[in-house]
Design a protein around this ligand. Structure first.
Ligand code: DGJ
Length: 748
């Protein structure tokens, strides 16, 4: 595709006759196409979709300069050509304050660079200037080059027509005759105009306590969100949202973004002395060093970013829809998540053919569609001290292999899933005894263990090939529909001693590239197999891994009350379509809290429902309730998993109440979940006003669990439910209600 230009005045009329729309339409129900414009005389690039415009230009120095990222501009609006800032003083030079699209570290630049290089002659000065641009496969590609050395950077831009979410990345090419070292490489830098009321939202946590939504007011200085751990991490997730004082859950400007990278990453949010913001994200520069020989290139991960005027709620909904239609491996129409059973909390490592068969029979009775056997089925794996790496079926536990169990599971109309942790090894394993050199380590230095395990260095081709072959064989020999892919520690001593000294730090990139390579090839060879990304809970959830996995395990914390906040935080960044949630035993193993089976179900039904309880402890009424609720869930899961989520009442900050509502994409169904932590002074549950319904349509309400106050009409208009609302009859501790609103066939 060719980008067309308009010779014109130093102004860009966005939809004027002189600019040409390069219609880029997306495959699914996109309302209108994303479009690119380039105005040759003003030298401005513009990308537009839905309510979003993103504009940058080439300034008089030849730098790419950010001009506008925000609401869609009117057709008649004109933007002046890019003009670098003037020097504010000898301390605030134009080269540093001008908001560049991709600043190299060079000249007088004091902010966070997108790219920092070091050359063999000692030069570390990099000044990038515009060279050319083209459009290829629906992407705008802009070439930059250093002022004197033949180092080129290709910036890539692609805007989604339906959401206005922009995908940005960079390719760094060394066309000089000698090797150079990339010391820092971002996917993109985004700039926002000066303001004093920016608020940053981010997600932090720890094992069993992931997905806390943090909010902070930005002030001049740098806020860094990062992982230095080799993988995404529980501590911070590579997602951000920036709002202003007027913004809230329902309205106001929000800029948001997420990095598609499962290794060490960094997003820095910097407010400079002019009070402008710069958000830079990509590889974590900490301990980073990537040598590029002459003729070699380094590609960065993709940094996705969007804008809305609809508050944090709409920002999440845009992300959810984008993930479902563009990121997930089965996009644009991923299969709904089956109801699964997982054995981990019931049996831990104590798995065997008889016990798993019994659990499978019981799971089938309540309508489970997928039976997953967790850790403990292989090698000498009786606890977490041994066996990781030896992926052969334990003959004592499964004397006839996995086939009899899989056959039983299939005869019960479920498919079969299996737990693996392919990137790890226990020192007490045959694999480690054979290949002690295969783990990340620095020669002659101690090897720190976490959960008694070490990390295999997947950056090595032999390790990558071994892991791929092991999994390929496992999937070829057994009728497996699903892998739960676990990863239970972070890196330490990240040495790669078999590699040439100058290339050893490439481990940060090569490891993750090879992880993606394995996942991609497995999916190609076994297209029906689905994969869950788990890392001791939610330690590896990001848009990179989600391109290759169908679902994620958000947390090992399965307490249904804790889960309300965990799930709430999760949905700021990621879709409920991938958010697995199990119903487990009470009291909960982690915090000993006791809750009813109904409450546990309703908490888990807000995501992709699974059961992880020890079913051998259940009585007949438990099975009956579970059977009914699983049946109900199947009728609403399309809405809950892939519909539009409204966080009506937040469970955060110790609130007694919380509620969510999901509306199906065709508007025909809405599902309301409401939770009460504890009653005090007999107060009524706050009246809930629904959102996202059609005001004139009529909706019939019915209860899955709990009830509305007496006198509530069985049917009313969308306007009624959204403005007058609904009162729930909820009293007591850890109570919950779920109501379904079905749109009547004809509006009256
Ligand atoms: C950590 C996971 O998060 C758990 O669900 C379980 O699979 C264990 N690992 C097994 O070791």
């Amino acid at each position: 595709m060719k980008i067309e230009t308009s010779p014109s005045v130093r102004r860009l009329s966005l939809l004027g006759a002189l600019s040409l729309v390069l219609g880029i339409s997306m495959a699914h129900e996109a309302a209108s196409a994303a479009s690119f414009y380039f105005n040759e005389s003003s030298r401005l690039f513009a990308l537009h979709a839905q309510n979003v415009s993103y504009i940058f230009g080439i300034n008089e120095r030849g730098e790419l300069q950010a001009m506008h990222w925000g609401g869609r501009l009117a057709d008649s609006d004109a933007i002046p050509a890019a003009q670098a800032d003037r020097d504010h003083s000898s301390f605030e030079l134009s080269t540093s304050t001008t908001p560049q699209e991709y600043p190299g570290w060079g000249a007088a630049f004091y902010g966070e660079p997108a790219l920092k290089l070091s050359f063999p002659d000692g030069n570390r000065d990099l000044v990038l200037r515009y060279v050319s641009h083209r459009v290829e496969s629906q992407r705008l590609l802009v070439q930059l080059k250093d002022i004197s050395r033949d180092v080129r950077v290709e910036l890539r831009y692609e805007m989604d027509a339906e959401s206005g979410i922009l995908a940005r990345s960079a390719r760094i090419e060394n066309h000089t005759r000698q090797a150079l070292v990339v010391q820092q490489a971002a996917a993109a830098a985004f700039s926002l105009p000066a303001a004093d009321d920016y608020r940053l939202y981010s997600l932090s946590g720890q094992w069993a306590g992931e997905w806390n939504l943090d909010e902070r007011r930005l002030a001049p200085g740098m806020t860094v969100l990062e992982s230095r751990r080799g993988s995404t991490g529980h501590q911070h997730n590579p997602w951000f949202a920036i709002a202003q004082n007027v913004s809230n859950e329902e309205s106001g400007p929000v800029w948001f973004g997420a990095l598609a990278w499962s290794g060490s990453w960094r997003i820095s949010v910097e407010q400079d002395s002019t009070h402008r913001l710069r958000i830079t994200g990509g590889y974590n520069p900490f301990d980073f060093s990537y040598r590029l020989a002459s003729g070699e290139a380094l590609e960065t991960p993709v940094f996705y970013a969007g804008y809305t005027q609809g508050g944090l709620g709409e920002a999440s909904r845009l992300m959810h829809r984008f993930q479902v239609t563009h990121i997930l491996p089965q996009s644009p129409q991923p299969r709904l998540r089956p109801v699964l059973y997982n054995s981990w909390e019931a049996t831990q490592f104590d798995v065997d053919a008889a016990g798993q068969t019994k659990l499978a029979e019981m799971a089938a009775k309540i309508g489970v569609e997928r039976f997953v056997m967790d850790d403990g089925w292989f090698g000498a794996r009786n606890n977490d001290k041994a066996g990781l790496g030896d992926w052969t079926v334990n003959p004592k536990k499964f004397p006839n292999g996995l086939k009899p169990l899989i056959d039983t599971v299939k005869s019960l109309n479920m498919d079969f899933g299996l737990w693996v942790e392919p990137e790890m090894v226990n020192p007490d394993s045959d694999l480690y005894r054979r290949h002690p050199d295969w783990v990340l380590n620095f020669s002659g230095r101690p090897r720190t263990e976490g959960r008694n395990q070490l990390v295999l260095n997947l950056a090595r081709a032999d390790v990558r090939n071994h892991v791929f072959k092991m999994l390929d064989d496992l999937l070829t020999r057994n009728d497996i529909a699903f892998l739960k892919w676990d990863y239970n520690r972070n890196w330490s001593e990240p040495g790669w001693s078999a590699q040439k000294l100058e290339d050893q730090q490439k481990v940060y990139v090569a490891y993750v590239d090879n992880l993606y390579w394995i996942l991609r090839r497995l999916r190609e060879r076994h297209p029906k197999v689905e994969i869950e990304s788990c890392s001791g809970g939610g330690g590896r959830v990001d848009l990179g891994i989600l391109r290759l996995t169908d679902e994620v395990w958000p947390s090992d914390n399965t307490d249904p009350y804790d889960r309300l906040s965990i799930q709430d935080g999760f949905t700021y960044a990621y879709t409920p379509a991938v958010m697995m949630a199990w119903v487990t035993d009470s009291p909960n193993w982690l915090n000993q809290r006791s809750t009813s089976l109904e409450y546990r179900f309703l908490s888990s039904m807000q995501g992709s429902l699974g059961i992880g309880a020890n079913l051998t402890h259940w009585n007949e009424p438990d099975f009956e309730l579970a059977r009914r609720l699983v049946g109900e869930y199947k009728a609403i899961r399309g809405t809950v998993q892939q519909g539009r989520l409204y966080r009506l009442i937040s469970p955060r900050k110790g609130s007694q109440h919380s509620a969510t509502q999901s509306v199906s994409n065709n508007g025909a169904q809405a599902v309301l979940f409401a939770f009460l932590h504890s009653s005090s002074t007999g107060s009524a549950y706050p009246r809930i006003q629904l959102r996202g319904l059609e005001a004139q349509a009529r909706y019939h309400v019915r209860s899955i669990a709990g009830k509305a106050e007496s006198g509530t009409p069985e049917e009313a208009s969308g306007a009624y439910w959204m403005t007058r609302g609904i009162n729930l009859d909820l009293k007591g501790d850890f109570r919950a209600a779920a109501l379904v609103f079905d749109r009547a066939a004809q509006a009256k």
